[in-house]
Design a protein around this ligand. Structure first.
Ligand SMILES: Cc1cc2nc3c(=O)[nH]c(=O)nc-3n(C[C@H](O)[C@H](O)[C@H](O)COP(=O)(O)O)c2cc1C
Ligand SMILES: CC(C)CC(=O)C(=O)O
Length: 367
């Protein structure tokens, strides 16, 4: 592709050309048949708009606030691992782009750069994503380091008691992550009997006994707000609110864990996670956001913001580092702004349930 990308999806091909196959497959892949991977994107396409006309959209304000932090648009950087496999500057470049775009960066537990490197590189509002290992002291140490370095919230990822079955990674014998944050604390060496070394590493380290009671333990080691990532059902949303979390992220981990779990946009409302929560805590969502129209649809169905995973990595990898990530975030923002104008919404709070029609509603209207 000789020309500059005009949409976020075009970065994917540039990333494929720029990266070794093992890394591209790791970033782009999903679990097993990758049915959920396709569905995360396809389910957005089945939602249509009910735009309103003759509303003054001379000025369109995309800004919003999450947990009290003002951001330029409800589009946040999702936690994704190993950014240095995509670009030598890794998460530092990603965080700088998030800062320039005035949005939140969620730093992954499996980042290549350290908490301290990211914290000193820019003034982006940063949240820290946590995995809990069998060795609980590791989580406590990292949470306290994040807190000390100005991170504003802990995102506990709860959908990974073991790693999903990612077949490309098995074939490629995907390497274990280089976790600089763990240097001197914990070895990241792992061996596998011929498959994905990453999978062997994760399955050896992650604590599969993690359960709801452990939220209390997590609360005892940090004062930061705690959000749970990986909620897909109304029952778990209700439970999360009951145990006192400060926010929920509707996510199927970018379709990398349980294949045939539902597309996230389809459960955001259908399983009425949002209704279950009833505004008591913020609900964010991720999975398949590739267009500004997707952002609008997620907000219309009750999310307060979306997180973007793969497109950020593709922007980073297309040999462009910080600039590539910034372009991805700007494109999504520009498209979202246009969608708001063409739907008759001059601010984020004008976006309502009545602005979209789901597949379910379309079918009902034909009966
Ligand atoms: C390469 C890759 C690495 C990821 N690493 C993490 C991680 O370390 N922690 C986490 O909670 N989620 C991780 N995720 C899931 C993302 O946070 C997010 O849920 C998902 O990417 C959203 O879907 P999208 O890629 O379609 O935007 C990862 C996803 C990808 C693609
Ligand atoms: C090392 C992995 C647990 C990182 C991750 O969450 C992912 O690859 O989806």
């Amino acid at each position: 592709m000789a020309t500059e990308p005009v949409n976020v999806s075009e970065f994917q091909e540039l990333a494929r050309l720029a990266l070794p196959k093992m890394y591209y497959d790791y970033y782009s892949g999903g679990a097993e048949d990758q049915q959920t991977l396709r569905e995360n994107v396809e389910a957005f396409r089945r939602i249509t708009f009910w735009p309103r006309i003759l509303i003054d959209v001379n000025r369109v304000d995309l800004s919003t606030s999450i947990l009290g932090y003002n951001i330029s648009a409800p589009i946040i950087v999702a936690p994704t691992g190993s950014h240095q496999l995509a670009h030598p500057q890794g998460e530092v470049a990603t965080a700088k782009a998030a800062a320039t775009c005035n949005t939140i960066m969620v730093l992954s537990f499996t980042s290549s750069c350290t908490i301290e490197e990211v914290a000193t590189s820019c003034n982006a509002v940063r949240f820290y994503q946590l995995y809990i290992y069998k060795r609980r002291d590791i989580a406590a140490t990292l949470v306290q380091r994040a807190e000390k370095n100005g991170f504003k919230a802990i995102i506990l990822t709860a959908d990974t008691p073991r790693l999903g079955r990612r077949e490309a990674d098995k074939k490629n014998k995907m390497i274990a992550p280089q976790l600089k944050n763990l240097e001197g604390l914990f070895s990241t060496k792992a061996t596998s009997d011929g498959g994905s070394i990453l999978e062997a590493y994760v399955n050896e380290t992650m604590d599969p006994s993690l359960s709801w009671k452990d939220i209390e333990w997590l609360r005892s080691v940090t004062k930061l707000p705690i959000l749970i990532k990986g909620v897909l059902t109304r029952a778990d949303a209700v439970k999360a609110v009951q145990v006192g979390v400060d926010g929920i992220i509707v996510s199927n981990h970018g379709a990398r864990q349980l294949d045939y779990s539902p597309a996230t946009i389809s459960v955001l409302e259908e399983v009425t996670v949002v209704h279950a929560v009833e505004g008591r805590v913020p609900v964010l969502m991720d999975g398949g956001i590739r267009r500004g129209t997707d952002v609008f649809k997620a907000l219309a169905l009750g999310a307060q913001a979306v997180l973007v995973g793969r497109p950020v990595i593709y922007g980073l990898a297309a040999n462009k580092g910080e600039y590539g990530v910034r372009r991805v975030l700007e494109m999504l923002k520009d498209e979202f702004e246009l969608t708001m104008a063409l739907s008759g919404c001059s601010s984020v709070k004008d976006i309502t349930r009545r602005h979209v029609r789901t597949e379910h509603e379309r079918l009902l209207s034909m009966m």
